[in-house]
Design a protein around this ligand. Structure first.
Ligand SMILES: Cc1cc2nc3c(=O)[nH]c(=O)nc-3n(C[C@H](O)[C@H](O)[C@H](O)COP(=O)(O)O)c2cc1C
Length: 387
């Protein structure tokens, strides 16, 4: 469990390593519609004032992470889900300057960025933020967006072999005192060097959310934050899933990793109101054409779940990228968060149809319950990491 993890010097600057038992992040505030595949007008519109004001609220209330989505092209349908999107290194740089406490991540598709460029950009954001940065490494699966770059998408497992070379080079650039050469199967650098060192030592936090066996091994070997998609919603099975992941990282790579998941939130004063609102944006207004395209390509390109299971999961995809449902009153949602902590999760990324409205409700009603339950410390007890 995270509580027994050894002290990480990065905790001095990066809230991902604080001692809150259940950490919280926001998912997808840089892309249109966020995580909700729907035509409901309350869904997120991509504009800088919008993404900035959401980040400022999350920062003030002590959330640990802002995780953007790396997207280059929308998924079509009436909503063109995620079609309007900010590039994530520049987005992270802007938000790093505008915030004081929260960890700002970039999400980087490895085949789209040269590792020297990625190391340098990431290091720059680490400095802007004062050491509150993390790099989410994604290999990509949405073929049409990656093929815009002019090359065929690699075969699934080969993508992770490529990513391993990419991150090996980056870690070396962040730590090497002398110029070095690297000659891999895919990547080569010559007399490479990058200064300054990142603020976080030995290097910034890394995230990977691979769901396939190959992806999970990659995350266990390289990432500080790994993810599980809670497909069964049965807590015993989910606990086994989380335990197995942690055990694999420990036994095969000698590493302690944080295991996170993600969930979509619809909070109202009664259970019925919450469910009615969920049904409104998912069943009445859900963008079936967009979700069709996602599950079809994901079924072929990602190892997250078999095509038949994806089909059954379409409701949750429309509600919030297939996340765990956090739907109901504040009490009910806080109870669900306690369960997620009990299965061994270190953190949960959250999304709402309407982030502004949702954050307001959560901060007012759910956050105090999480504090009472001992899952989180009150924000006023935390000193700002940067004045
Ligand atoms: C929290 C989370 C964030 C993710 N962010 C992105 C992203 O921004 N862009 C992307 O193409 N894939 C993203 N993915 C997909 C994963 O990187 C991964 O490709 C997917 O889970 C399938 O696993 P596999 O690659 O091991 O088959 C994300 C997944 C999760 C769970």
């Amino acid at each position: 469990m995270s509580q027994s993890r050894a002290y990480d010097p990065r905790s001095a600057t990066n809230p991902l390593f604080n001692d809150n038992k259940l950490k919280l992040g926001l998912f997808g505030t840089n892309v249109s519609n966020g995580c909700a595949i729907t035509t409901a007008p309350e869904a997120l519109l991509t504009s800088w004032p919008n993404t900035l004001s959401i980040a400022e609220v999350a920062d003030r209330y002590g959330y640990e992470a802002l995780v953007p989505v790396a997207r280059w092209k929308g998924f079509g349908g009436e909503s063109d889900f995620n079609g309007t999107c900010f590039e994530t290194y520049t987005w992270a740089a802007g938000l790093a300057q505008a915030t004081k406490n929260i960890c700002v991540l970039t999400t980087s598709h490895v085949p789209t960025v040269n590792p020297i460029m990625a190391a340098k950009q990431a290091c720059t954001v680490d400095h802007i933020s004062g050491g509150r940065f993390a790099l989410n490494i994604v290999c990509g699966w949405f073929q049409p967006e990656l093929e815009m770059f002019g090359a065929k998408i690699m075969e699934h497992d080969e993508r992770y072999d490529y990513a391993a070379e990419w991150i090996e080079i980056i870690r070396k650039l962040w730590t090497a005192e002398e110029e070095f050469d690297f000659e891999g199967k895919f990547l080569r650098v010559t007399k490479a060097i990058s200064k300054p060192r990142p603020i976080q030592a030995p290097f910034p936090a890394l995230m990977n959310a691979g769901g396939s066996g190959k992806g999970q091994h990659f995350a266990a070997k390289y990432a500080d934050m790994a993810f599980v998609l809670l497909t069964s919603h049965d807590l015993e099975q989910s606990k086994a899933q989380v335990d197995a992941y942690r055990r694999m990282a420990r036994e095969e790579y000698g590493r302690e990793i944080q295991v996170w998941s993600y969930g979509y939130v619809t909070q109202r004063d009664t259970q019925k109101e919450a469910e009615d609102f969920l049904n409104y944006y998912v069943l009445e207004k859900g963008d079936d054409a967009a979700v069709e395209q996602i599950t079809r390509i994901m079924g072929i390109q990602a190892g997250i779940m078999p095509p038949a299971a994806l089909e059954q999961f379409k409701f949750h995809f429309k509600a919030g990228w297939g996340g765990y449902p956090l739907v109901g009153t504040a009490d009910h949602i806080a109870g669900e968060m306690e369960k997620l902590s009990k299965i061994g999760l270190d953190g949960v990324l959250l999304s709402w149809l309407d982030f502004h409205d949702g954050l307001g409700r959560w901060n007012r009603d759910v956050m105090p319950l999480l504090e009472q339950a001992g899952l989180r410390k009150p924000m006023q007890g935390l000193a700002p990491r940067r004045s």
